[in-house]
Design a protein around this ligand. Structure first.
Ligand code: GDD
Ligand code: MG
Length: 369
C-alpha cells in the first residue's frame, strides 16, 4: 500500500507559529506531528509515502529527507497551491500505482490512531460488494460546522457530503480526512486548484460510490491553536499516565514542583520555587526561572521564561524570551524568538509575531505584527 500526505496548506489558523514552521512540523510532545503519522504508516505496512508539499516545502524536505521509519519518502511540489485534489493528480506519475494497488490519502494535520489496515479491508469489501471508488474515515463530533459533513445509510454508503455547511453547532458524523482508494481516482481529478471536498465527494456520493469507515479512537485536527494544545495535553495524559516524563540532561531544582502530567524536554532547566503543571509540555532546552508558574501550556524548544512569570493556557514559541514577572494567559500565543519585557500582561488571545519585541501590556483579542 502507498500513501500520499497532503502537506502543503499554509496553516493560517495556527499563526503566528505557522509563520516560521509548516503545520505538519508542529510539535506534539516534542515530536513533529508528521513523525507520529509516518510511524503509524510504517506500522501498517505502507512502503512508500509521497508528501504533497507547497507552503514551506523546503523546511519539510530538509527535516525529513528520503527515508524514515523504513518508509521511502518522495516529494511532489506544486507550482502553486492546488487545494486538496490537484496535488493528488499532480503526484500520479510519482506514485506509479499498479492496477488495484491501494492508495491511502491523508490530511497531514490529523493526529489519530486510525487503523489503516482495517480501513483498507473495509474499502476492499465496499469495492467488492458495491463497486465503491473511495472509502472515507468518519468520526462523530459535537460540532460539525468546521468539517465536511456526511449522511450515511445502514450499509455505510455516504448519501450526501457537504463541506462546512452553515447551520450552527450540531452533533454528527464528519469526514476525518483519511481516505482509501486506488488509481481509478486519477480519472476523476484535474491538475488545477481542485477541492476533493467541494468537487469530488459530493459527486461520488450522488453516484453511490462513496463509503464510510467509522473511527472511534483518538482523532484530532491540529489546525487551530486550541486543538493543537488539546492534542498535546491528550497525548501527555496517555503517555505520561499521570506521571512525569523528564528528558535526558534536564535539571530540575529540588525546590521546584512538578505537578503531573508534565513533560520536560531534554536539557531543560527549572529553577527553585517554580511550579510546572498540571498539563505543561516544555521543549528541549527550555529555561524556567525561579518561582514561575506554568500550567496548561506548551513551551517550544529553547524558550526562556524569567523569574516569577506566569504562563497559563497559552503557547510560547521557539527561542522566545519572556521577561520577569510577566503574565501570559488565556490562549495567548508568542511567536518564535519574540521578546517580552519585564512585568507585562498579555491576556486573552493576544498573538505576538515572530521576532517582535513587546514593550506594553495587551488585552486581546489582538495581533501584534
Ligand atoms: N499540497 C497541498 N496543497 N496541501 C494542501 C493545500 C494545497 O494547496 N491546501 C490544503 N492542504 C492540506 C493541508 O495542509 C491539510 O493537511 C489538508 O490539506 C486539509 O486542509 P485544511 O486546510 O486543514 O482543511 P480543513 O481542516 O479545513 O478541512 C479538511 O479536514 C477536515 C478534517 O479535519 C476537510 O477535508 C474536511 O472535510 C475535514 O472534515
Ligand atoms: Mg485541517
Amino acid at each position: 500500500m502507498k500513501a500520499i500526505i497532503l502537506a502543503g496548506g499554509p496553516g493560517t489558523r495556527l499563526r503566528p507559529l505557522s509563520c516560521t514552521r509548516p503545520k505538519l512540523l508542529f510539535p506534539i510532545l516534542n515530536r513533529p506531528a508528521l513523525d507520529w503519522t509516518l510511524e503509524n504508516l510504517s506500522k501498517a505496512g505502507v512502503s512508500e509515502v509521497v508528501l504533497a508539499v507547497n507552503y514551506m516545502a523546503a523546511a519539510l524536505q530538509a527535516f525529513l529527507g528520503r527515508r524514515k521509519y523504513g518508509l521511502r519518502i518522495l516529494y511532489s511540489k506544486e507550482p502553486r497551491a492546488l487545494g486538496t485534489g490537484g496535488p493528488i493528480k499532480l503526484a500520479e506519475k510519482i506514485l506509479k500505482l499498479k492496477p488495484g494497488e491501494p492508495l491511502l490519502i491523508l490530511n497531514g494535520d490529523i493526529w489519530s490512531d486510525v487503523d489503516f489496515a482495517a480501513l483498507r479491508e473495509a474499502h476492499r469489501r465496499h469495492m467488492e460488494e458495491y463497486d465503491a471508488v473511495m472509502t472515507l474515515t468518519l468520526r462523530e463530533v459535537k460540532d460539525v460546522s468546521r468539517y465536511g459533513v456526511v449522511e450515511v445509510d445502514g450499509k455505510g454508503r455516504i448519501l450526501k457530503f457537504r463541506e462546512k455547511p452553515r447551520g450552527g453547532k450540531r452533533k454528527g458524523l464528519i469526514n476525518a480526512g483519511i481516505y482509501l482508494t486506488d488509481r481509478k481516482i486519477f480519472r476523476r481529478l484535474e491538475e488545477r486548484r481542485f477541492s476533493l471536498e467541494r468537487e469530488l465527494f459530493p459527486r461520488l456520493a450522488e453516484e453511490g460510490k462513496l463509503y464510510g469507515f467509522k473511527h472511534e479512537g483518538l482523532w484530532s485536527d491540529i489546525g487551530k491553536i486550541e486543538d493543537f494544545m488539546a492534542v498535546n495535553f491528550k497525548v501527555l495524559e496517555l503517555r505520561a499516565e499521570g506521571r512525569l516524563e523528564i528528558g535526558r540532561g534536564a535539571k530540575v531544582a529540588r525546590e521546584a514542583q512538578l505537578r503531573p502530567p508534565v513533560w520536560v524536554g531534554e536539557k531543560a532547566k527549572i529553577a527553585a520555587g517554580a511550579v510546572v503543571g498540571p498539563y505543561a509540555v516544555l521543549g528541549n532546552g527550555v529555561h524556567v526561572g525561579e518561582r514561575c508558574k506554568i500550567k496548561k501550556a506548551v513551551v517550544f524548544d529553547r524558550a526562556e521564561v524569567g523569574a516569577r512569570s506566569l504562563i497559563q493556557d497559552s503557547v510560547v514559541g521557539e527561542g522566545a524570551v519572556i521577561g520577569r514577572g510577566v503574565k501570559i494567559r488565556d490562549q495567548t500565543v508568542i511567536g518564535d524568538h519574540a521578546f517580552v519585557a519585564d512585568a507585562l500582561k498579555l491576556v486573552r488571545k493576544v498573538s505576538i509575531c515572530p521576532h517582535k519585541e513587546v514593550g506594553i501590556s495587551l488585552i486581546g483579542p489582538r495581533i501584534l505584527a
